[in-house]
Design a protein around this ligand. Sequence first.
Ligand code: TMP
Length: 212
Amino acid sequence: SNGEIKARGALIVLEGLDRSGKTSQSARLLSYLNNLGYPVESWRFPDRDTAVGKMISSYLTNQSQLDDHTIHLLFSANRWEKRSLMEAKLKSGISLIVDRYSYSGVAFSSAKGLDIEWCKAPEVGLLAPDLVMYLNIPPKKAAERGGYGGERYEQLEFQKNVAKYYEMLTDPSWKIIDACLPLEDVEKQMKEIVLDCVVCCKKGKPLSHLWL
Ligand code: TMP
């Protein structure tokens, strides 16, 4: 860099149902950008290592029970816990590939019957992603993929409902990826989209805030 204005990193979010392939693709994108020499980190929400994250983890593994509103706000608080670090990383030029973000928060909670606008409210003011890639897969196909791990939301009927809410949240700027394709084909598509985004942010695209 020339030491004048530091090029910022890109905030790249992967969304999709459980077992849609987000985690494998995150890893591939991380090494792709790394190999091209772009500073990059892979993040995920929930971040189960924070104090709030531990409460979320205990809920997801059915070790604790929480009211639907309460767990919704904990998921949101978990993003707020990481917001300043996120901004610092991006401003220092590091791109972040984030496995789930506010859209998971809204889709999963509204699938339980909570009001969508109520669900969005605590997300307002978080950093807006520069790119959202949605790994699209029919719920039944996702369920067939080696089965679920037994966490609270990993049930076909519920995932079908989550898919409906994701559909409602989909924005024209989202990149919808056919997650039924072979891993390598999915990877190839995502790499191109991600590289465009990283280059665009480096050129000075401003950071913005939710809710868009
Ligand atoms: P994970 O399997 O990607 O770690 O996510 C754990 C579960 O939590 C998954 O079923 C999606 C759900 N979830 C929410 O309900 N709200 C949120 O805000 C996030 C980030 C995840």
